[in-house]
Every structure is written in structure tokens, then in C-alpha cells.
Design a protein around this ligand. Structure first.
Ligand code: 0WE
Length: 263
């Protein structure tokens, strides 16, 4: 008997079998949840449908989170399958590629700033706002994905760091707002993972190597690690936790300094 038996979960942001959303989908399914998915563009629809099938789901609906109309249509279509849902997972981030390279002030511009904040932070509030009626009266839980760049400066992450800082503040304001409805809102701040989104990032290999040397657990995290922590946070085992950012990063964020000679 899984900890998510009888729960219905909407997962936004599945793009490939390396997606964090896929690790979360598999973990939630193995704990007994029923799943529904979105796809961003027609090009991705076949792939997402095939992966959904592998976790026993045939609810795969179009949704580009930058379009308010598509958000409304998504929930209207979902309502034909489910009268409500218990879990919303937001695993979406985007900044134009030119933002994620070089010096911060060289790279940042108004359009890049707006896009990063719109897709990576506002979309979480937009999905909660439009989806709230379907979550009422069910002790629902929302979850999003953040990164250490919300709290610390690091190379190349640039305006995405600001967008993740906004996302983490969004978690707190949404938790405060939705708490009286019995709805919890949390984030996982995951260590770096080689996903499709991350694969184009120059220097990622070095960053993964650095983290696996310096992190207390001396390894990188996997999408399974993130999925298992996600299962806990969206389950009733975490009924007392809201507005929290849980690090799933092999402990990297607590290290003040690392020396190579350390065991
Ligand atoms: O949040 C992220 C990456 C999200 C992301 C990735 C891309 C690549 C393709 C957002 N927008 C885009 N836009 C694209 O055009 N991570 C935590 C992974 C990541 O991204 C980095 C990192 C790490 C770690 C970028 C620079 C430096 C480190």
C-alpha cells in the first residue's frame, strides 16, 4: 500500500525520460497515485503519451504555460476525466539560451528577465490560480522545483537565479494564501542533474564533478532521489509542512568550504 493511494496528480513539465518530472511521475505512481500530464508542443505529444502509458496514464493534454487560454482549456479538458485532483507538480523553467552564458550583466536584458520570470515563476501561480477550484476540499499539495541559484551566486545561471528566488517567494506567498483552504505548497531545490534542459549548458559536466566532490554524500542526485522526496512532500506524511524549500542535493548546500584532502 503506497503513501499516495487514491490520490490524483497533475504533472506539468514532462519533456523526456531524463526530466525531473519523469522521476517524480515514476515515484508518485509507485506510491499509488493516478497521473495526468501536459505536453508543451505537438512535437512532444507522442513522446509524452508513450511515457504516460508506461505509468498507466491516458490523460495527456496540451498546455503551454505562457498562454492563459491554454491554462483554462487544460483544466476544462482535465475536468472531463477527473472531478478534481490532489497534487500539482510544476517542473517548468525557461530562460532564453543567451541568458545562461557569460557574465550576468553582459547577458541580462529586459526581455530575458521577463521571459525567465514569466515561465519559471509566474506560471506556478497561474496554474494554482486556475486549478484551485479543482483542488478545494481535498487537502491538496502543490510542488515546484528550484535550484541553489535562488540563494547563492554562481557562474552562468544568471537571471534564472533571480527567477528561482521569485519562485521560492511564490511558494511562501502561495502557502500563506492557500493554507486556509487546506492546500500545502512546497518546493524541492534539487542538485544539478543532466536533463534535456541542462544538456545544452556549457560547463555542466564540470559543475556535476565539483558537486560530487564537495557534497557530503560525495555524489550527484538522481531524478529518483528527487521523485522519492517529492512523494513524501505531496503525501499526507507531510501534512504539517508548507511554504518549505527542501534541498535534495546530496547535502551540497550546507558546505561552507571543501578541501580535497578531506576523506
Ligand atoms: O534550472 C536549471 C536550468 C533551466 C533552464 C535550462 C535551459 C537550457 C535551454 C532554463 N532555460 C533554459 N533555456 C534554454 O535555452 N538548472 C538548475 C540546470 C542548470 O542550468 C544552468 C546551470 C544548471 C545547474 C545554467 C547555467 C549554469 C548552471
Amino acid at each position: 500500500m503506497g503513501i499516495l493511494e487514491g490520490k490524483r496528480a497533475v504533472i506539468v513539465g514532462l519533456a523526456s525520460n531524463r526530466s525531473i518530472a519523469w522521476g517524480i511521475a515514476r515515484a508518485l505512481r509507485s506510491q499509488g497515485a493516478e497521473l495526468a500530464f501536459n505536453y508543451q508542443t505537438e512535437r512532444l505529444s507522442g513522446r509524452v503519451q508513450r511515457m504516460a502509458g508506461a505509468v498507466d496514464s491516458d490523460i495527456v493534454l496540451p498546455l503551454d504555460v505562457s498562454q492563459d487560454r491554454q491554462i483554462d482549456d487544460f483544466y476544462d479538458s482535465l475536468a472531463a476525466h477527473w472531478d478534481g485532483f490532489d497534487i500539482l507538480v510544476h517542473s517548468v523553467a525557461y530562460a532564453p539560451a543567451d541568458q545562461l552564458t557569460g557574465r550576468y550583466l553582459d547577458a541580462v536584458d529586459r526581455e530575458g528577465f521577463i521571459t525567465a520570470h514569466d515561465i519559471s515563476s509566474y506560471s506556478f501561480a497561474a496554474l494554482a490560480k486556475a486549478g484551485r477550484p479543482m483542488m478545494l476540499g481535498r487537502q491538496a499539495a502543490l510542488l515546484t522545483l528550484s535550484y541553489l541559484g535562488a540563494m547563492r551566486a554562481l557562474p552562468s545561471y544568471n537571471v534564472m537565479g533571480l527567477a528561482k528566488a521569485s519562485l521560492e517567494a511564490n511558494v511562501r506567498f502561495m502557502a500563506y494564501d492557500l493554507g486556509p483552504d487546506g492546500i500545502r505548497v512546497n518546493a524541492i531545490s534539487a542538485g544539478p542533474i543532466r536533463t534535456l534542459a541542462a544538456s545544452g549548458i556549457k560547463g555542466l559536466r564540470q559543475m556535476l564533478a565539483h558537486v560530487s566532490e564537495a557534497a557530503p554524500l560525495r555524489r550527484n542526485v538522481t531524478t529518483d532521489d528527487v521523485g522519492n522526496a517529492a512523494s513524501f512532500l505531496v503525501s499526507d506524511l507531510a501534512a504539517g509542512i508548507t511554504g518549505e524549500v527542501l534541498y535534495v542535493d546530496a547535502g551540497y548546500n550546507i558546505v561552507g568550504m571543501h578541501m580535497q584532502a578531506s576523506p
